[in-house]
Design a binder for this molecule. Structure first.
Ligand SMILES: CC(=O)N[C@H]1[C@@H](OP(=O)(O)OP(=O)(O)OC[C@H]2O[C@@H](n3ccc(=O)[nH]c3=O)[C@H](O)[C@@H]2O)O[C@H](CO)[C@@H](O)[C@@H]1O
Ligand SMILES: C=C(OP(=O)(O)O)C(=O)O
Length: 321
């Protein structure tokens, strides 16, 4: 029995793919009273099976891939997620003795094993944290060098920041410098449109901080959220800083005019993780002081964000531990 995991309040967050996926692996699975009940139908363990995900869900792909590693027989999962974290998990499982083929493609083939063993493994750098710092450089019109970073994980954001005029330079294989100094982007940074989607499309987790940047950019720029239906809680807070944003369903029109909106500090509330960090970025760019409540959401996904920003010269202080 597993309770529903929760996570950010950014939409429905259904678990139908998990339930149907487990059933395809020989489980009796159902959702009751906001808990998931499951057991192996044969009383012994899961068996290999075939399952097509209607949506390439990251969590469902990862969960079913792990389950299949020790199921009896071969499992085929199609229309799976191709996020770097999925590829990395497949690599880790293989290091532990599993047989997962096809990580990074839309089909996984997994041969079940009786035993897995331990392994020492280094996880890749957090691409969403790296992307957030790239956006911090852009919104403060400054220059930040980051490492370690895997640029191919952030190709979509890099191409958008280049449209905005940022100079992006790669050093060695894992160091990236993002310069948004006025000598690169001019006095008024050019905006761009984004539409989120599963990897390799624009990451939904970077939509809110990118929207913060767009409020300071020229033009009328469209932000379309196509992964989570309610990921717009930051809009109301950005408006309190003076941003001109209109929302229709899952699409926002961010109007910066000729120069980008001038933002003014205010008291704000973070309602979720990435929405919360978008307020921090906007606060860095706003004139005056911005106070943000609800920072526990931000702490869930950014380790020592305040300290890291301080080291980069930001005037930011944590008021509560
Ligand atoms: C802990 C973690 O890794 N979280 C990430 C993961 O969340 P998470 O794995 O929860 O996100 P999913 O990829 O599952 O969600 C994508 C879409 O699939 C839908 N869906 C999902 C499961 C299901 O059974 N049925 C269904 O319809 C969701 O409602 C959503 O519209 O991927 C998201 C998309 O990149 C990121 O924003 C989250 O940061
Ligand atoms: C939505 C996110 O995380 P979770 O899936 O844990 O809610 C996120 O990291 O932005």
């Amino acid at each position: 029995v597993v309770g529903l995991p929760g996570g950010c309040d950014i939409g429905e967050r259904p678990v139908d793919l998990y339930i149907r996926g487990f059933r395809a692996l020989g489980a009796v699975a159902e959702l009751r009273d906001r808990k998931m009940f499951a057991h192996a139908a044969n009383g012994r363990g899961l068996v290999g099976g075939t399952f097509h995900l209607d949506i390439p869900s990251v969590g469902a792909t990862e969960t079913l891939m792990m389950a299949a590693c020790m199921a009896d027989g071969v499992t085929t999962l199609s229309n799976v997620a191709k996020e770097p974290e999925v590829i990395d998990l497949a690599r880790f499982l293989n290091d532990c003795g599993a047989c997962v083929y096809g990580g990074g493609t839309d089909k996984l083939l997994i041969k079940g094993k009786c035993h897995l063993h331990g392994s020492e493994y280094v996880v890749p750098p957090d691409r969403i944290e790296a992307g957030t710092f790239m956006l911090a450089a852009a919104i403060t019109r400054s220059c930040i060098s980051m490492s370690p970073i895997i640029p191919s994980h952030l190709a979509c954001l890099i191409s958008k920041l280049k449209i905005a005029g940022c100079r992006i330079t790669q050093f060695n294989h894992d160091t990236l410098e993002v310069s948004a100094m006025p000598s690169n982007v001019g006095d008024h940074m050019q905006g761009f449109d984004i539409k989120t989607g599963p990897f390799p499309r624009f990451p939904t987790d970077l939509q809110p901080p990118t929207m913060a940047l767009l409020t300071t950019c020229r033009g009328s720029n469209i932000v379309e959220e196509s992964v989570f239906e309610k990921r717009m809680s930051h809009v109301r807070e950005l408006q309190k800083l003076g941003a001109d944003i209109r929302v229709c369903g899952s699409t926002a029109l961010v109007s910066g005019g000729e120069k980008g909106s001038a933002l003014y500090g205010s008291r704000l509330v973070a309602a979720d993780l990435r929405g919360g960090v978008s307020l921090v970025l906007a606060g860095l760019a706003a004139e005056g002081t911005t106070e943000i409540d609800g920072i526990a959401h931000i702490d869930r996904g950014y380790e020592n964000l305040d300290t890291k920003l301080q080291l980069l010269g930001a005037d930011i202080k944590r008021l509560i531990r």
